[in-house]
Structures are given as structure tokens and as C-alpha cells.
Design a protein around this ligand. Structure first.
Ligand code: F6R
Length: 608
């Protein structure tokens, strides 16, 4: 998704802008641009290619103030003319993340006033709108405040005026924006990672905030125009955490970071002798006993985590659970149930559909809300009454890996705490589960050691165009997640089915060209799964079986076996996921795709 960085500093800001854009690349983009003010003149450079192309074009650019942007096309094709910053009359420059819903109406009004549009974007209206107010004698701040009052939709914006090289005005509603306070300058960015090498002093703007940023300081105004203070956070992340190191891709690095990500996420639990609700927030001990049901809302991979959790919550905690895709829930007429805990799951905490679904649930009268999220201070954590932070660290690869497994760990802890409160967990079981959680990072490490075996199997997929993933019970969502990973990064069409559904339709697809990947834990459904796999072999389908110890699968005769190191009981989905992440990664290497930035995808989906 689009990314913003802006700077006003004592030195030429172009290197900082370019470095910031590079650090935003992981979000996915199709064009990039920057604008600076030099001698009261706006200088703009835009490129349809990569940030590296923009850097080459910007070698002589200079200025002590500037704004820059990576664009992920929504309105208008990826092209130089649609790239940001957008200018109005060589006076106003604007970068924008989000979507302006009433842009057509505004465009008509502004065209009537004589403004000339040079792009197909919704964002360009913002530049002209601010220009129209600025040229009536308003300050840049007042012009921006009036303009955003006319916008419907979501935005994070950075604004400069050619005749005012002392200020950047920025504003947010529905899209994240933060200020970075450095010793040599002040910065704006849509994402913390853009600022990490520059400063650790971060201030998160809240919805409706407008900020006036200069070299000497900043001032923040809320939606009513009143001056407000926002806390400055000392961010503990270091930029080195986001470097590639020995790895070829961020996705590979993030897959291998999972033992540590799990250790960090489980720290508060594994270091204690008992499970306590307080890790979900101070009010959790009061709220959890009132919960009758759970409603999980999420998108994509995070939705798959919710699907796994449903099995755990119903089976271990005995609590009824529904899992719904956020973009469906938000527009569906549903029957509210105030006794439910609304649980949202998100890596970024900025996914537009998940945020809207949570707001919708609240509007329907749900008062108990909990989010599981990887980004502190994200919109989702602020919107939720209770929250749990997974400590996966920054996830740069577009395809989610360590965020998913740490979400699962968090959801398992939630399950155990609810089970305990409802009398469904005795102290011996609690001890055993805590023991299993402490062992989890070691078990994950053993799965990672399968990488060379999985890489060899992946070679067999280099000419494949389709794949079918099968799983049963708790591992059906893992089959879905495996298929999602494969299609995202290798562009192989992949589908997932509960294995029992095979004969109700998908078996028709099976022939020798169709690789069938089976998730085969050593659980109570093993015998059933084996019968399903016989159905595949009988039709000439080629099987790739990820089987736990003791499952008695043997390689040969159309069956390729990946022997998993152990069976992790209820935590088995975490181990099997990691094996499937590796499969997708190595198949993508075979296919030569852009692993970290798959085509058409973005890291945080901050628009609908
Ligand atoms: C898949 C993937 C996406 C995200 C989805 C939700 O690999 O990354 O499906 O899971 O866009 O994003 P978050 O978790 O940030 O809400």
C-alpha cells in the first residue's frame, strides 16, 4: 500500500526521503515520487519504476524540506502522471494515502473554478482544494483544515507550499501517520519503519489530527481545531532488526525468525507458573467471565488464525465461536449479541476492513472487544478495549509468516485462560500446556531444519500450474494458509479443501498433473485422512505428504514424504504451517518471482 515520508531538516532532505521510501518498499507499490522546495520553487521527480530508479533521477535534487510517496494504484493506472506528489499550480504539493470517496464531485467543482487536472487520481483534488483556500489568504494550516473538512473518505496527507519552506502540514483520518522528532529535523511518515534509522522519538497522530511541523517544533490540532498534546513514544525497535542479514529475502528471514518471535510473544506466559487474564489488559479478569461467545473478525492470513482458534476455543474452552471475514461482516445484516467478545486479529492493526468491522460491531452494541495485533499503537489496538501484542517484530515480506504463528500462540493462550476460568482446565493440564508452549520454539527449530528437504521437493513444482491442499479438523485452516502462501508468492493457482470434501467435487480435478499437498498430523483424524489420500492416488494424483512421526507414511509410488519431527498435539498447526511456508518459499524461488513483493499485493491493506 501507499507510503509517505516527509522531512524538514538542517541538511538536504533528499537522501532521507529516498532512504525512507526504500524502507517503505515492502508495503508494495507501483510508482514513487518526491518533491522538495528549493529557492521558493517546487521541484518534483516521479518514477513508474522502483525507488532505485527514482534515486537515480534525483541525484541533483536538493532542498531542506520535502515530501515523498510510494503509490499502490487504486484510482488510475500505475503511471508517472498518477504518481505522487500531486501539484496544484506549482504552488501546493501533496502526498496522500487512502481513498477520497467524493473526489468526482470535488473534481467537478474545482474544474469549474479553473483548476487543471493532470492525473486520474482521487488524490489530486486535495492539492487543488488546498490551493483554492490558500489563494484566498488563508495560512497553509487553515487552508488544509478547511480542505479536509470537505473530504469524505480516508486519508493521511503531507502538504507543502512553494512560498513557505518552513512548514509541512500533515493530517490523518482513517490512515496512519506519525511524526518523528530528530535532533537535526522533524519528519512525517505513514509507517514507523521509514523513520527507524533517523529517530526513535515517535508521536502517533490520532484520527482527525492535523499537525504543523517546522524545523523548530510542531503543533497538533484535533478534529475541532483545538491544540492537543500527543505522547512521544521512545520506540524500542532498531533499524537493524529490519535488515536482511544472511538471508536472501525478508520472507526467508522471517520464516527463520519464528522461534525467537514465539519466545518473545510467549515471554510473559512462559516465565510465569500460571495463566492469568491480565496479559490481555487490566480489565480482562473482569470481562472474560461475562463472555458467552466469541466473534472473530479478520482478513486473509489473520482470518486463518481465527479459524484455527475456533477449533481450540470450542474444544478446549467449551466456548462457542464464530469466525467471519471482516469485509463480509461489515456489510452484512447480522444479529448482534452483546454477550460476545469481539476478537479482531491483525498483523498491521491498520487493515481497513478489520477496523471497519470492529467499528460496525461496536455500532451494533458489542461492548467487549479484544485485538491481537503485532503493531503497538496501531489503530486497531487503540479501538479495542483489550489487546494482546504479538512480538513478532517488523514483518517486511508481504506474505505473512511470523505474524501468523505468533497470532496462533496468542490465541492458544487466550483459549487456555478462558478454559481455566470456565473450570475446563485442571492444574495438571495447565502445567502440561505451559510445558508444551515452552517447548514450541525448539519444535519450530526442528521444522526449520527440514528446509533442504522441502527445497528438493519444491523443484517438482517448477512446471506446475495448479495445486490442491488437503487438511482435516484443526489442520484444514492450515491447508488454506498453505494454499494462500503458495498462490501469493509463486502465482501457482492453489486451492484448499477439508479432505472429507474431496469426493464432493474437487476430486474431479485430480490427475497426474495435479500435485496434492496433504497436512497429516498424528491425530484422531489420521485414518480418515489416509482414506481420502487413497482416493487421490487411485486417480493418479501425485501426493506430497507432510506427516508427523508415527503416521506410517512411506515415500514411493506417487507419494513424496516430508517427515515432520514430532506431533505437537494442539500446537501442531504451528509446526505444519512453517513447513508449508518453506514449501511456498522454495517453489517461488523455482519460479523466479519477486518473493517479498508479489505482484498486485500490498503489505497493509489500508483501503477497502
Ligand atoms: C497473506 C497476508 C494477508 C494479510 C491480510 C490481513 O500472506 O499477509 O492476507 O493477512 O491482508 O492483514 P493484517 O493481518 O495486517 O490485518
Amino acid at each position: 500500500m501507499c507510503g509517505i515520508i516527509g522531512a524538514i531538516a538542517k541538511n538536504n532532505v533528499v537522501p532521507v526521503l529516498l532512504q525512507g521510501l526504500q524502507r517503505l518498499e515492502y508495503r508494495g507499490y507501483d510508482s514513487a515520487g518526491l518533491a522538495t522546495i528549493d529557492n521558493n520553487k517546487l521541484q518534483r521527480i516521479r518514477s513508474i519504476g522502483r525507488v532505485a530508479d527514482l534515486a537515480r533521477q534525483s541525484s541533483t535534487a536538493c532542498g531542506y524540506i520535502g515530501i515523498a510517496h510510494t503509490r499502490w494504484a487504486t484510482h488510475g493506472e500505475p503511471s508517472e502522471r498518477n504518481a505522487h506528489p500531486h501539484l496544484s499550480g506549482n504552488l501546493i504539493a501533496v502526498v496522500h494515502n487512502g481513498i477520497i470517496e467524493n473526489y468526482e464531485e470535488l473534481r467537478m467543482q474545482l474544474t469549474t473554478q479553473g483548476f487543471l487536472f493532470t492525473s486520474d487520481t482521487d488524490s489530486e483534488v486535495i492539492a487543488h482544494l488546498i490551493h483554492s483556500h490558500y489563494s484566498r489568504g488563508n495560512s497553509l494550516l487553515a487552508a488544509t483544515q478547511t480542505a479536509i473538512g470537505q473530504l469524505t473518505g480516508a486519508y493521511a496527507i503531507g502538504v507543502m507550499a512553494a512560498d513557505n519552506s518552513n512548514q509541512i502540514i500533515c493530517a490523518r483520518k482513517g490512515s496512519p501517520l506519525l511524526l518523528g522528532l530528530g535532533t537535526d529535523g522533524h519528519y512525517i511518515a505513514s509507517d514507523l519503519s521509514a523513520l527507524l534509522p533517523i529517530t526513535n522519538n515517535i508521536l502517533y497522530l490520532q484520527d482527525g489530527d492535523v499537525a504543523e511541523v517546522s524545523l523548530s517544533g510542531y503543533q497538533i490540532f484535533d478534529a475541532n481545531g483545538n491544540t492537543v498534546e500527543r505522547a512521544v513514544n521512545i520506540c524500542k525497535l532498531h533499524s537493524s532488526k529490519a535488515e536482511l542479514g544472511e538471508y536472501r529475502h525478508y520472507m526467508q528471514k522471517e520464516i527463520h525468525e519464528q522461534p525467537q518471535a514465539l519466545i518473545n510473544t510467549l515471554e510473559g506466559v512462559c516465565n510465569s507458573q500460571a495463566l492469568v487474564p491480565g496479559i490481555f489488559g487490566a480489565d480482562a479478569a473482569r470481562i472474560f467471565p461475562q463472555i458467552e461467545k466469541i466473534l472473530i473478525l479478520a482478513c486473509g492470513t489473520s482470518h486463518h488464525a481465527g479459524m484455527v482458534a475456533r477449533y481450540w476455543l470450542e474444544e478446549i474452552a467449551g466456548i462457542s465461536c464464530t469466525v467471519e471475514i471482516a469485509s463480509e461482516y461489515r456489510y452484512r445484516v447480522s444479529v448482534p449479541d452483546p454477550g460476545s467478545l469481539v476478537l479482531t486479529i491483525s498483523q498491521s492493526g491498520e487493515t481497513a476492513d478489520t477496523l471497519a468491522a470492529l467499528n460496525h460491531a461496536k455500532d451494533l452494541g458489542h461492548t467487549h472487544t479484544l485485538s491481537i495485533c503485532n503493531v503497538p499503537e496501531s489503530a486497531l489496538t487503540r479501538l479495542s478495549g483489550l489487546h494482546f501484542l504479538t512480538h513478532a517484530g517488523p514483518e517486511i515480506g508481504v506474505a505473512s509468516t511470523k505474524a501468523f504463528t505468533t497470532q496462533l500462540a496468542a490465541l492458544f493462550i487466550l483459549t487456555l485462560i478462558l478454559a481455566k476460568q470456565r473450570g475446563g482446565l485442571d492444574s495438571k493440564e495447565e502445567y502440561n500446556y505451559l510445558h508444551a508452549l515452552r517447548h514450541l520454539p525448539t519444535a519450530v527449530d526442528s521444522v526449520l531444519k527440514l528446509a533442504p528437504d522441502i527445497a528438493r521437493i519444491a523443484e517438482r513444482f517448477s512446471d506446475k500450474r495448479h495445486a490442491l491442499f488437503l487438511g482435516r479438523g484443526l489442520h484444514y485452516p492450515i491447508a488454506l494458509e498453505g494454499a494462500l502462501k503458495l498462490k501469493e508468492i509463486s502465482y501457482i493457482h492453489a486451492e484448499a479443501y477439508p479432505a472429507g470434501e474431496l469426493k464432493h467435487g474437487p476430486l474431479a480435478l485430480v490427475d497426474k498433473e495435479m500435485p496434492v499437498i496433504a497436512v497429516a498430523p498424528n491425530d484422531t483424524l489420521l485414518a480418515k485422512l489416509k482414506s481420502n489420500l487413497q482416493e487421490v492416488r487411485a486417480r493418479g494424483g501425485e501426493l506430497y505428504v507432510f506427516a508427523d512421526a508415527g503416521t506410517r507414511f512411506h515415500s514411493g509410488d506417487g507419494l513424496h514424504l516430508i517427515q515432520m519431527p514430532e506431533h505437537a498435539g494442539y500446537l501442531s498447526p504451528i509446526l505444519h504451517t512453517i513447513a508449508l511456508q518453506l514449501l511456498a518459499y522454495y517453489v517461488a524461488l523455482q519460479k523466479g518471482t519477486d518473493v517479498d513483493k508479489p505482484r498486485n499485493l500490498a503489505k497493509s491493506v489500508t483501503v477497502e
